[in-house]
Design a protein around this ligand. Structure first.
Ligand SMILES: [Zn+2]
Length: 403
C-alpha cells in the first residue's frame, strides 16, 4: 500500500525569508490514499515538527476542499504535534482534495505558516451513466410489443425476461442457484415475479446490503389502448439496469476504491400497480435478512423532470441523506415528500433507511400517452447519475446511516 508522506519542511525552508521568523515545517501523513481509507474511521493525520496550539477558530485553522467547495470536516484538538482532520465519510474515489493550513496555529517558535497540499483518494471516479443506454431500455420496455407490462400478465413476464437477460449479461449473480426470479402468486389472479441480481461486496462490510430497486410492471392494456408506461416505470427500471451494468464494471475494475464495501442487490419489482405486491412479498420473504439492509434506493418515475425539481421520499430515514444528495447534485431543486405509494415503503416500515427518487406526476400519468418521446433524457440521466453516486457511497461508507 502506497503511503502519502508529504515532507514540505525542506520546501518551505528553501522558500523562507532568512531575515523573518523561521517558517516551521510541516510533515503531514495521510493514512492511506483511498475512498474507504480517508474517512471518519481513518482521519487525515497531520504531524507537525513540534507541539502545536490551535486558535479558538479551529475551522479557520485547518480545513478541506474539493475543487473550490469546502468539505465539512471536524478538527480534533491536537495531542502534542498531531492533529486529526476528520472528513465526512462520503469522499469520492479518485477525487483530488486539498488540505489547507490557515492562520493561527502556533508552536514554540511562532506561527505555523499557511500552506495547502493535495491528495487524491484511491480508485476510479464513479462511472458515468450513459443516457443513450438509459433511453434505449425505456424504448424497449415501453415498446408496444411489451403490451404495457400489465401486472400478472405474460407481457409482465416478457419484461422480466428482458431484465434477467440484462442482469446476466452484466455479470451479476442470481441470489441462489441460477434463480433470478422471486416468483409469487396473487390468489385467483395469477403469478408475478421480482427479478433479482446481486453483486457481492468485500471485506468487513460484505454481509450488509444496499438494495437498488424499481418496479417494472405497468397497467397494460385498457379500453383497447396500450399504456406503455415510459415514465411509470420503464424509467426507474432502466436506471436499475444501467446502475447494475456500471457497478458490475466498476467492481471488476477497482472494487469501488475500497477494500470494504457492502453487497448490492438489484431488484426489479413486479405487480407494483396492484398495490406494491412485489415489494411487499420481498419484505415478507426477504432474500437476505432485512436487518442487514443498510439502505434501499428506489426509483419510480424519474424520467420527466419538471421545474428542475427532484422529489425525495425517505430523507428523514437517515440524517446523512440530505447532505449526500446535495453533494452529488447541487443543481437540482429538492423537495421532500412524506410518502408515496411505491416500493420503498415496506423497507421503511421495517426501519431501514430508504431514498426514493421521483420527478412528479404529470398529465400522462397512467394514460396511453406516457411514451418514450416525452422522457427528458438529460434530466433523467442526471437523476440516474445521482442514484449511482448514492449507491456507491452508501456501499462504501464505514458507518451505517444515523436514524
Ligand atoms: Zn410507478
Amino acid at each position: 500500500m502506497k503511503r502519502f508522506v508529504l515532507f514540505l519542511a525542506a520546501l518551505l525552508a528553501a522558500c523562507g525569508d532568512a531575515t523573518g521568523p523561521e517558517v516551521p515545517g510541516l510533515a503531514a501523513t495521510l493514512p492511506r490514499a483511498g475512498a474507504g481509507d480517508v474517512s471518519v474511521a481513518t482521519p487525515i493525520r497531520l504531524t507537525f515538527p513540534r507541539d502545536i496550539r490551535l486558535p479558538t477558530d479551529t475551522a479557520g485553522a485547518v480545513w478541506l476542499t474539493e475543487g473550490t467547495a469546502r468539505v465539512p470536516a471536524r478538527v480534533t484538538q491536537p495531542t502534542g504535534a498531531v492533529l486529526l482532520l476528520t472528513p465526512p465519510d462520503i469522499l469520492n474515489p479518485a477525487t483530488r482534495y486539498t488540505v489547507h493550513i490557515g492562520a493561527g496555529i502556533t508552536d514554540s517558535r511562532g506561527t505555523v505558516a499557511a500552506t495547502a497540499f493535495d491528495f487524491t483518494t484511491r480508485g476510479a471516479r464513479t462511472p458515468q451513466v450513459d443516457g443513450a443506454r438509459l433511453i434505449g431500455h425505456v424504448r424497449a420496455l415501453a415498446h408496444d410489443s411489451m403490451q404495457g407490462r400489465g401486472s400478472l400478465t405474460p407481457a409482465e413476464l416478457k419484461a422480466a425476461s428482458y431484465i434477467r437477460a440484462e442482469f446476466g449479461r452484466y455479470g451479476l449473480s442470481a441470489v441462489s442457484s441460477g434463480e433470478w426470479f422471486q416468483t409469487f402468486a396473487v390468489t385467483g389472479v395469477g403469478n408475478s415475479q421480482n427479478v433479482v441480481g446481486v453483486l457481492r461486496g468485500a471485506g468487513s462490510l460484505q454481509d450488509e446490503w444496499v438494495i437498488i430497486g424499481g418496479h417494472y410492471d405497468h397497467i397494460g392494456i385498457r379500453n383497447g389502448l396500450i399504456n406503455n408506461g415510459a415514465d411509470d416505470n420503464a424509467s426507474g427500471t432502466a436506471a436499475v439496469l444501467e446502475l447494475a451494468r456500471l457497478l458490475a464494471q466498476h467492481k471488476s475494475n477497482n472494487g469501488f476504491g475500497s477494500a470494504d464495501r457492502r453487497s448490492l442487490m438489484f431488484v426489479a419489482f413486479g405487480a407494483e400497480e396492484l398495490g406494491l405486491v412485489g415489494s411487499n412479498f420481498y419484505c415478507k420473504y426477504p432474500l437476505v435478512p432485512l436487518t442487514s439492509v443498510s439502505a434501499m434506493i428506489n426509483m419510480d418515475m424519474i424520467g420527466r423532470l419538471q421545474n428542475n425539481t427532484v422529489y425525495l421520499i425517505g430523507e428523514n430515514t437517515g440524517q446523512e441523506w440530505a447532505a449526500m444528495v446535495r453533494r452529488y447534485n447541487a443543481t437540482f431543486t429538492y423537495a421532500a415528500m412524506g410518502d408515496a405509494g411505491t416500493d420503498y415503503r415496506c423497507f421503511k416500515t421495517a426501519g431501514r433507511p430508504v431514498m426514493s427518487l421521483f420527478t412528479g406526476l404529470h398529465a400522462d400519468y397512467h394514460k396511453p400517452t406516457d411514451d418514450t418521446e416525452l422522457i427528458d433524457v438529460p434530466g433523467f440521466t442526471a437523476i440516474a447519475q445521482l442514484a449511482l453516486e448514492l449507491a456507491v457511497n452508501t456501499a462504501v461508507r464505514p458507518r451505517p446511516f444515523t436514524p
